[in-house]
Write a protein that binds this ligand. Sequence first.
Ligand code: FES
Length: 565
Amino acid sequence: MTDEPHGLDRGLTNYGDRDFARFLRRSFARSMGISRELLDKPVVGVAMTPSGFNNCHRYMPELVEAVSRGVFAEGCLPRPFPTISLGEVFLNPTSMMYRNLMSMDTEEMILAQPMDAVVLIGGCDKTVPAQLMGAASAGVPAIQLVTGPMSTGRHKGQRLGACTDCRGFWAKYRAGSVESDEIETVEGRLSVTAGTCAVMGTASTMACITEALGMALPGTAAIPAVHADRLAAAEETGKAAARLIRSRITPGQVITEKSVENAIRVLMAIGGSTNAIVHLTAIAGRLGMKITLSRFNELSDETPVLVDLKPVGNGYMEDFHAAGGVGALLRELRPLLHLDTIDVEGRSLRERLDEPAAWVDRAVIRPLADPISRVGGLVALAGSLAPDGAIFKRAAATPALFESEGRAVVFTGLEDLSTRIDDPDLNVGPGDILVLQNAGPCAAGMPEAGYLPIPKKLAEAGVKDMVRVSDARMSGTAFGSIVLHVAPEAAVGGPLAAVRNGDRIRLSIANKRIDLLVEEAELKRRLADFEPPLAPARGYKALYRRTVLQAPEGCDFDFLRAKIG
Ligand code: FES
């Protein structure tokens, strides 16, 4: 420990009299029943995110208690504090609009309050990236604990888990093969415990990425929310946070170019969520690192999919945990990984993987030599329709559509999409390409609207997949042949804004391209009339619109990123 003020003496409130500020703080701390002895201990902040609007964080009080137990056990004082919480399905227009707000809340509260280290407890999609972004910028020793995935429910003998099965049942309902009374029954059987979505959606992907980065304790990403091991992991996380006070390891020492590459390898191998690319880019951007689409594709082409979970495969997160979890996966990926990265405990990945291997369920985590797919789950595209890039989840798409050319059927925004998609008179066929404009970060906060529904008349005729293109995102639990994150987005005058009904679009996954087959001169002519949508006049939304960056920069705010080196 240095001579720097520590614990509750850090960052005293400005009254113009430091001794008085210290006296007053200690007096007020004692009003919380903290003894004089504990007042002098190092302090671990516990960023907690319970909310009546966040089902995924329902067990937060128990986790906070277990973390605090661990902190006490190491002779430090835990101080839980709230930040905003983002419950994915309770936010309008989309949780993505508030990720940066939560990251600012987290960063500022870490810096403004007296703590020597911090435990970040989050789980639902945007909460973990927001916390890691905030902690990376704050530069205070930090460790992440995730709330853990839900366990599965049952319906007519079938296992169900949010939210891939939500989408599966809803598609059947739209196609008329599931009746309304059954869909009501299923509604109560999809999300049956506390925790994050039960499949390898965005929350689980970010949990695995966090462990791969080294920001969470080994083996903690996939423990089910309701499992006793989750509480034991919370207690261990509290102890590790207390040890961080001595080691002073900061997020910037753990999240490095090498650990980010390891995390991308894991993202590929788990067939993870497209959203994780945006979040990982934003986290890396806070530390001055850039993820280029070309390097992303190199890593994808060299990294096989090894994990057989929905939405790409069959299993659920509870199966992944029982199969060996992230540790077993890292062991398979070992020849591809940077082994000299360290985790929050200062331990190298090599040391972790040199430990004796535990049993692995090969039905869930395949060996490197026998992958589910020889290439990674995600691929970055470029081309005349997306000069700055787009993303395609090949692991969750229909291979027959990988090389497609079709006629564009254009929706000019979310309202237009919901008004016309099921219109029986919509001029659309199974070989067409559905295009959604104005759903990017500036226009709409980049909602998960990229999974455009198959028009009802085609769904009823048995069409299961079509190529869909947008500047939106897609839920990590979704599947289909979907081109996302088109950049620049339509609302800032990207070529997507110039697409008209009947234009030809060509998708080539082999060439990693998405092209609008319209002459350049014609494109220029169309874009000459481009008018950006009106910006909100006040408040957070005005700040958001003024400063949000495009998807290849992680949709962070321009003033929050570090200078990219
Ligand atoms: Fe929270 Fe899916 S809604 S993780």
